[in-house]
Design a protein. Structure first.
Length: 168
């Protein structure tokens, strides 16, 4: 049974105040929903690889705080790429909350589907804590911490890449 169609009274005060949806607002809503659901994970993956590369360069140049920050962002962006490609999770207006990204990655990719090893579950939060030290505290990241951050980020991105490509 088709829904009953009610004609819109274009002369009503309600219509002109914008309180009655019209075809244009329905199309705008549909387009916004389409854009939100059709985000390409490749954009985030490229940024993740770029951030990892910069973390490694920063480590070589002994810019340890920058190294820690970029290592975190490489993991964060790779997590988003995985969630976009392998799940139906989407952020509103592509504004990804780091806590939600980590929680959903753990819930959907590690615990439920088991496409990532369990030991990676803590990596995003650990690297976020190190990034906060690097970016917001008077102390600096040590060479050992920076090296460990790079190693963990490399391992994380390798695991995500295997999950994205389906290769063991």
């Amino acid at each position: 049974m088709l829904p009953r169609v009610v004609p819109i009274d274009h002369t009503s005060e309600q219509y002109w105040r914008g309180e009655v949806p019209n075809r244009s607002t329905n199309l705008d809503h549909a387009w916004d929903r389409y854009k939100r659901l059709n985000v390409d994970s490749t954009d985030y993956w490229v940024k993740a690889e770029e951030s990892l590369e910069m973390a490694l360069v920063a480590y070589e140049r002994k810019k340890l705080n920058v190294c820690a920050s970029r290592a975190y962002y490489s993991v964060f962006l790779a997590s988003i790429a995985a969630l976009i490609q392998l799940t139906d999770l989407r952020a509103r207006d592509n504004e990804w909350d780091p806590g939600q990204v980590q929680a959903e990655l753990n819930r959907r990719m590690i615990m439920r589907r088991k496409v990532l090893p369990a030991e990676l579950g803590r990596t995003p939060m650990d690297l976020m804590e190190l990034r906060h030290l690097a970016d917001y505290k008077p102390q600096s990241v040590s060479a050992v911490e920076a090296k460990r951050a790079c190693d963990r980020a490399e391992k994380f991105l390798s695991s995500i890449e295997r999950a994205l490509t389906g290769k063991p």
